[in-house]
Unconditional design. Sequence first.
Length: 179
Amino acid sequence: MRRLRIRLLLPFIILSGCYHNQAPTETSIHQQPNNYMESNESAHNIPEKALPIKDAVKQVPFTVMQPEVPFEVTDKSARVFHTQMNFDAIEISYLNTKQGLNLLLTITNSQHDTGPKGKKYRKLDNQAQTWDQANEFFSALYWRHDGLTYVLFSGKETNGTTSPLYSNEQLLEIANTIE
């Protein structure tokens, strides 16, 4: 149930903070993922179904690079968000349904210039600054590089409870594999 909740909240997390022609709100992508249902202007942009990754990457106007996933992937898919606000977003899900493992990568070409919130973390190998966006349910790192915004989420579902899967250091290592 929580995995579903995380998956349903991600579009709100990503899209609510990326409107580059909208004033920053309390539901920005850069804030801790607890209050995203408050501003639902982006709710109509949620895709109805997941697509194969190869089909989804053809629908966004930027190159989509993917990470090396450190667990056996039993299910992977993507969703594309066309916001009609001069930016697009793609969410790629890597799941191990047998073990309850989730790794989600979201990439947008948003030009939203609000500074990130959360804890400043280390830089990636490409010198992009990262920020810790974790909460009690999942771990997450945020960064911007070459005109794109990235958020890497991880979580593990055990007995109906979701918890962070990877530490910030492990997420940083995964982020450094994105090619």
